[in-house]
Design a protein around this ligand. Sequence first.
Ligand SMILES: Cc1cc2nc3c(=O)[nH]c(=O)nc-3n(C[C@H](O)[C@H](O)[C@H](O)COP(=O)(O)O)c2cc1C
Length: 197
Amino acid sequence: MKHPKIVAIYGSPRRKGNTAALLKKAIEGARDSGAAVEEIVLRDLKISPCLEIYGCLEAGECAIKDDFQMVRDKILDARGLILASPVFFYTVSAHTKMLMDRFQSLWVKKYWVEKAPRGQKTHNRKGLLISVGATKGKKLFDGILLSVKYFFDVLDMELWKALLYRQLDFQDDVLKHPEYLEEAYETGKAFTAAIDG
Ligand SMILES: Cc1cc2nc3c(=O)[nH]c(=O)nc-3n(C[C@H](O)[C@H](O)[C@H](O)COP(=O)(O)O)c2cc1C
């Protein structure tokens, strides 16, 4: 593929925080490898939480009209997704969670409207997760990994890799770890090669 499409999502409310810096590096790596990367900053968008009204039962289309449809269409059109979110209370940030919950409409489309058989993995695209947390607990990323894995499932995406960094709290903490930024850059390159395959 000439320029495989990747969507990169900034899920932190902090514009210049740790996940944003890591994501920027991953994007740089992906672009250097020829990917066409579309950047989406969730805090700049208007995305309502899921209201559980199940308007999507009719045709799998979310009844709430806002920026979700634009983000969804870009993601569905891409070969890969890079999702960057800090750990907030052991899961993704609220901005990220609001986006994820709106994809319930896609789940409904797939399993209730189109009646796809359950339990069959149809992964034909790839996702990369970038996350950081302030503490160093063993279970720090357990929650986010579970949430994101099932979110990616709905998108027919395999969780290809997760870059997870502990003990990053203040905005610039990641800058003290050039090795993390380098790893993000290299992973962006490798991700492009993987989705291009
Ligand atoms: C609302 C909120 C909840 C948080 N919850 C956790 C947590 O459960 N565990 C943890 O280790 N850090 C937690 N943190 C710290 C962030 O993960 C940390 O500051 C991170 O570096 C922020 O990433 P960012 O710079 O990309 O926004 C929390 C921070 C906020 C603001």
